[in-house]
Design a protein around this ligand. Structure first.
Ligand SMILES: [Fe+2]
Length: 274
């Protein structure tokens, strides 16, 4: 059993090393029974966190319940399964024990990641509790991500970071205005590739790779551990510079793709944003 676990971890490492940073990779992990990731501990963590960082909504209305007593009630109902909904602990690493879990887990991948994209910047943890059939619509995130499936099952579908899924205008809108949701229709749906994630499975999701996530069969718990790199932060800054140049009536060239950097535009954006 122990030997099998070591072999699975070695296979995951090899898959990540071959894929990083542009392609996704399936990994395995040993966090499914971690005490910090069970329902009771997550309920305590949700109550210990800043209210604004616990996002909560019912599947039925898809509207967020913002704060106060209603939110606490809804959180408890989602956690005990009496109401269908979705709960996200944004920046769970604000709670010390989760900060250590994040640091230890990411450190175990650093020997693969850091030789390629340098130091892992701005690490964050997001914990998702989602009722059966919850769908997170197609979107992009400004980070690299490893999603660890803890309980329940998810279909994690990824789509090309290219038109028609993401046009250059959408990418610029994402960096300059934070519009992270992407249009969804049948032609786009056909371009997806699905990964079925069970407890013990993890998925490396490249920086900005579009994805849509559906929970299938019971309450799902997962934790995303994200990071940035000097390259990804410069790339975002260069997109913001392009947005600014366009406002001024210029027509800037496209932002460089990995491994190139649009150095001057990244620098200009940072100076303007000071
Ligand atoms: Fe995401």
């Amino acid at each position: 059993m122990h030997q099998q676990k070591i072999e699975a971890a070695q296979e995951g490492d090899a898959a990540l090393a071959a894929a990083y940073p542009l392609r996704g990779a399936r990994l395995s992990h040993g966090l499914a029974h971690h005490p910090l990731l069970q329902l009771a501990a997550l309920a305590d963590a949700a109550l210990a966190m800043q209210d604004a960082h616990v996002e909560c909504r019912t599947s039925a209305t898809a509207g967020f319940t913002d704060s106060g007593a209603d939110k606490r009630t809804l959180m408890r109902q989602i956690l005990d399964g009496s109401v269908d909904g979705w709960l996200m602990l944004r920046f769970a690493d604000q709670v010390g024990a989760y900060r250590d879990l994040l640091a230890d887990t990411l450190a175990s991948y650093a020997h693969i990641i850091e030789p390629v994209t340098g130091p892992m910047r701005d690490p964050k943890a997001f914990i998702f509790l989602s009722s059966d059939q919850t769908v997170t619509p197609l979107h992009i995130d400004p980070t690299y991500n490893i999603l660890f499936q803890i309980a329940g099952r998810k279909i994690f579908s990824t789509y090309p970071l290219a038109p028609p899924v993401v046009t250059p205008a959408m990418e610029e809108g994402f960096h300059s205005r934070g519009d992270n949701l992407l249009p969804w229709h049948a032609d786009i749906a056909a371009l997806g590739s699905d990964e079925r994630l069970e407890p013990g499975d993890a998925l490396f999701v490249p920086h900005k790779l579009p994805h849509r996530v559906a929970v299938v069969g019971g309450l799902s718990i997962s934790i995303s551990m994200t990071w940035k790199s000097d390259w990804s932060m410069a790339e975002g800054a260069a997109h913001r510079a392009n947005a600014r140049l366009r406002q001024w009536g210029w027509n800037p060239p496209p932002v460089a793709r990995w491994p190139k950097t649009s150095r001057f535009r990244a620098m200009a954006a940072r100076i303007l944003e000071r």
